[in-house]
Each structure stands twice: as structure tokens, then as C-alpha cells.
Design a protein around this ligand. Sequence first.
Ligand code: HEC
Ligand code: HEC
Length: 403
Amino acid sequence: MNRSFKSIRSARSLASLASAANLALTVVAGAAALLAGACAPDKMPFPEGETHTFATLNEDGSAKPDGLAVSAHDLNLGYQSYTRYCYACHGVKGDGHGPASYGLRPPPRNFTLGIFKFARLRSSDELPNDADLKYIVKNGLHGSAMLAWDIPDEELGRVLNYIKTFAPQKWEKTKKNGDHVKTLEVFEAPADPWASKEVEAIARGQELYHLKAECLNCHPSYLGKEDLFKLSTVAAKREPDTFKAIGGFRDDPHGSVAKDSAEYAVRLLPPDFTFNQVRSIHPGSEINDLFRLISFGVYPIMPAWKGSLEDKDIWAIAHYVKSLIDLRSNPAAAAKLKDGFEAQKGFEIPKAPEPAPVVDATPTDTAPADPKATGARKDDPKAVDPKAKDPKTSGVKKAPVTQ
Ligand code: HEC
Ligand code: HEC
């Protein structure tokens, strides 16, 4: 049995207690997987001659309407590898309820839904290509029980094809004309325009993060209140009162806003980049991974910015978020950042100047009764207090008249 985990790539991955707990659970899961592999039933799920046809792309990127046909032989091999490596968490039925799944947070993915967080999906009709899925499995998801799996490419391909059989409504779907649906194109990041302009990229990214892209509506704000106000009113020329809607002024501007997620059966907390681990952002390829993640979002809980922001701006945000991630290995700098928030905690939005008093220009020669003084509506003659006729006792004022 050639089961191996890729070594954890950086000491940082082990930094938080949460990840240590996950690691312990993973060891348990690993033991269960080994056991399962040893006692794998001989009966194979796919009878000889059966074929399953999945959504795919041709290598040249063109549509392949007849899909990718996989033989029972290959699916049975995929099943065996799945049982060995993945079943303990993802379960016999692929529903995420394997024997080692209990108590795991986040829970293992339910493959029967055919949806994925980090595979660039932007709608429930889309399907990832194998390259995206392989990237996820080979690199793992930091801070979760999903470690990096060093499985030979061909074998991993068979495991992934087997996983597709858990969601035939997605992967084996055909259109009205009988064509199979396509998977997403293979992703290629455009060139990073900020390559030698790190400082400018971070400054631009910081502004976008806190303003136009509104990342701080879910993730923490990394500017003190006053700095945020200045950025908003000076840089973006906002009116002071429209600024109130900005996330930086929510009750806990430097915390995250948890999102309920029926798809993933758990509440998800958008990470604080200076503290939490980021699952699909890998040491050494952070900027590229961030560009991909911000472009496509986290389906369906974090929106995609591709199309609503230019690539250049998405790259700038990637550089800025990377600079925040780097603070995890620099606690002194992270503490200094947070001290800055404290110093600006009491900042209040300056009040807009009082508007000039409004002058009533209605011409009138009968002074209306003051309803406050009489307790009566002036259009109801019976209700009018006779005393109200005496301006001295009723407090009736003459309306200012300008003619
Ligand atoms: C120790 C438990 C465990 C094992 C074993 C395991 N996984 Fe996972 N896997 C998880 C968890 C937990 C998640 C969810 C992480 C999250 O939601 O952030 C996950 C998520 C995934 C995802 C979804 C990624 C996305 O973008 O949504 C895929 C695909 C996946 N695993 C494939 C595999 C494959 C293939 C194997 C076997 C080679 C495997 N896993 C083994 C725990 C495990
Ligand atoms: C509507 C809320 C929302 C907004 C707005 C939002 N995010 Fe997120 N983001 C989330 C949630 C929820 C997660 C956690 C996903 C998980 O761990 O399952 C997340 C995760 C992330 C991650 C970590 C991904 C990983 O691999 O673990 C990054 C990086 C990120 N967001 C960046 C951004 C940036 C940059 C912006 C602004 C351009 C942004 N987000 C806007 C909700 C949001």
C-alpha cells in the first residue's frame, strides 16, 4: 500500500492549535483508512462491460459532446484507491459521513452534491476540470483535515472519476440533444502586472479591499476607523453619511461575519488573514492562488470578482492579502497593526454641517393654532380649545410671512 501524505510544507501550518487538533483527527482518520484498505470487500461495484460517461473537455479546450467514457475496470480501480485513501472521511456513499468524519470542522465534502468550494465554480451548473481537482487533492486544504495527498497522477485521475459517480445528476448529465455538458476550461492566470512594484500593488490592494471590492463586509477591516473614514471620503470622494454603510463601521469591524451554509452543513467564518489559515493558498504560490480565488470566489459563499474588477486590480488585492498572510509569521507587526485599531476606536464620523434653517414661504394671514399647545387638530373645529384663540395663553405663534 503506497499511501503517503506530503510533508506539511511549512512550520506555519502547525502554528495554530486548531491545526494540531485537525492533525490528530487526521491520524485517526488515516488509521481508519488503512484498516478499511486492508479489509476492502472483494466485490467490485461496477460489473464488467458497464461504462460511465462524464463531462469533460478535449485537450485543445474544445467541447467534447460525447463526454469521457470510463470503463468498469478503471472505475473499480478508482473505487479501490478511494477506499484506501478517501473513504474514511468522505464515506462509502461519498456523502462526507465516513467513520472518521465525526467532529471534523469543516466537515469532509459531500460528493453527492457535485459542488466544490475552491474549484472555480460560479454557478451550480458548472463543473470543475480534473486539473483543478488534482491541484486541490495534491496540495490539500490547510487548517482542515484534508491533507495533501501524494498519489500518482494516473491513480488520482481514477479516484476522481470514481468520485464523479456519486453525483451522476451533474457529471453524467446530457443536454436535450444528447450532448454531455462540459467542464470548466483549464485555468491559466494572466501575467501579474505588479511583479516589480510590490509597494504600489499593496497600497492599491488595500484601498480596493476596503472600498470598491468591499471585502471588509465579511472579512475584517485592517484599517482603524479614522483611516477608513479618510480613505472613504478623501480617496473615493464619498459623502460622509453614505460612508456609514461601510463594513468598517459594523459593531466589530476587525472581526469576521460568519456565513450560514446549507451546502457545506456548517457556518463558515471568513478568515482573518493575519491569524487563520487559508485553505487553498499554498506557501510559495500565494499570489497566484489568491488571484484565482479572488477571481472565482468560494462557491457559493464568497462572490467572484472576475468581470466586476479588472485583472490588474484583482492582482493588487492578491498582493495586499499576501502581505496580511505574511503577518502570521511576524506577530510583532500584527500586534502593531491591531494597536493602531485600538488607538482609533473612539473615532466618530464628523457631523455634517447643520443645514441652513428652512424658511416657510407660504403666504398666510391667519395664524394656525399650535396643535401641541391645544391638543387638537386645527381642521376639527369642535375639538379646538376656545382658550387657544388667545395667543398669550395658547402659545399660538404667527407664522413668519415673507412676501
Ligand atoms: C482525514 C479526512 C479526509 C480524508 C482522508 C480525505 N479528505 Fe478530502 N476533505 C476533507 C475535508 C475536511 C474537506 C473539506 C475542507 C473544507 O471544506 O474546507 C475535504 C474536501 C475535499 C474536496 C473538496 C474541495 C473543494 O474545493 O470543495 C475534495 C475534492 C476532496 N476532499 C478529495 C479527497 C480525496 C480524493 C481524498 C482521498 C485521496 C480525500 N479527499 C481524503 C477531509 C478528508
Ligand atoms: C459575502 C462574504 C464575503 C465577501 C464579500 C468576501 N469573502 Fe472571502 N470568504 C468568505 C467566506 C465565508 C470564506 C470562507 C470559506 C471557507 O473557508 O469555507 C472566505 C474565504 C476567503 C479566503 C480564503 C480562501 C481559502 O483558501 O481558505 C480568501 C483569501 C478570501 N476569502 C479573500 C477575499 C477577498 C480578497 C475579498 C474581497 C475581494 C473577499 N474575500 C470577500 C466570504 C466573503
